[in-house]
Design a protein around this ligand. Structure first.
Ligand SMILES: Nc1ncnc2c1ncn2[C@@H]1O[C@H](COP(=O)(O)OP(=O)(O)OP(=O)(O)O)[C@@H](O)[C@H]1O
Ligand SMILES: [Mg+2]
Length: 289
């Protein structure tokens, strides 16, 4: 059940995925013609403007919702529903307020009737690993925001998913806690190399964490660009501030994201569209130098 010694598992492939909400003439696409791969043992970061369709995509990959078109497979098998092989950590806390930290962490195995000496021992080691040994018997309301996030990571890890999916898990944390959580999360990934999909709207977070950065188009969303982030690991936030390579990736990604965000403003107006096109050329050109 430990995740440190295992070879990376789980590759997810999306092929021409489409998702519409609403019926008939009222149907609106949130995702359209989206194809991407979440590679085994890599930390794939998906970044896109707010409202572009990232959470919709996660719901499809997690199996909570079905695509309107296209296919999603995990290790070649079609995803038809939720599974413990793909676990999601959401932006909002989903700890149960009436359970202690420990009870929250064991809730997965408990619900599946798999609570035994081994899973209890694993819960104990995870509590220590996320630095919450002293908070075992506290309730979520007695934990800080950062501690709650770590408890949720432990609660997901006890199920030993092949793929970990995180939807803006650090949004809303104060700046200091966020920095600590990012470094902590990078270390957890580097220890286990668990296949990970991390969704964010924060470019610094994205470049710091990513092996592969997938930039999404505005709604209806699909892949706009993929950037490989070959920065050495282990990573420290302080090192990245001074890294030319990291800054170039950031500028390039920002120029693309900006042009995507501007598209929603310019829709329907020829002069605004011309302005956005000229701006994007300038910004992308500047990032390339
Ligand atoms: N169940 C639903 N019914 C109708 N429309 C929906 C539904 N879920 C999402 N949408 C629409 O799909 C679009 C994408 O929403 P989604 O929550 O996936 O965006 P997001 O990229 O996760 O945004 P954020 O970064 O703010 O979390 C939005 O326009 C939203 O209104
Ligand atoms: Mg979202």
């Amino acid at each position: 059940m430990t995740d440190i010694t295992q070879a990376p598992r789980g590759e997810i492939a999306l092929n021409a995925v489409k998702k519409s909400f609403g019926e008939g003439a009222f149907a609106k696409d949130a995702v359209s013609n989206c194809s991407l791969t979440i590679e085994k043992g890599k930390l794939t970061v998906v970044i896109g403007p707010s409202g572009c369709g990232k959470s919709t995509l996660i719901n499809l990959i997690a199996g909570y919702d079905r695509p309107t078109g296209g296919t999603i497979t995990m290790d070649g098998k079609k995803v038809t529903g939720p599974g413990v092989d793909r676990l999601v950590v959401f932006q909002e806390t989903s700890l149960m307020p009436w359970f202690t930290t420990y009870r929250n962490i064991i809730s997965g195995p408990e619900a599946r009737g798999q609570l035994n000496a081994k899973t209890r021992a694993l819960a104990d080691s995870l509590l220590e690993r996320v630095g919450l040994g002293a908070f075992r018997s506290k309730y979520p309301s007695q934990l800080s925001g950062g501690m709650q996030r770590r408890a949720e990571l432990a609660r997901a890890m006890i199920n030993d998913p092949a793929v970990m999916i995180l939807d803006e898990p650090f949004r809303g944390l104060d700046a200091m806690t966020k920095v600590l959580m990012l470094e902590y999360f990078a270390q957890l990934f580097e220890e286990g190399r668990r296949t990970t999909l991390f969704v964010t709207t924060d470019i610094d977070e994205a470049v710091f964490l990513a092996d592969r950065l997938i930039i999404m188009c505005n709604k209806p969303t699909r892949v706009r660009e993929i950037i490989d982030v070959d920065l050495p690991r282990p990573r420290r936030l302080a090192d990245l501030v001074e890294s030319n390579e990291a800054n170039q990736i950031k500028m390039k990604a920002l120029a693309i994201l900006h042009s995507e965000a501007m598209k929603s403003f310019s829709a329907g107006s020829k002069s605004a569209a011309d302005f956005v096109e000229a701006y994007s050329k300038r910004a992308t050109g500047a990032a390339a130098h």
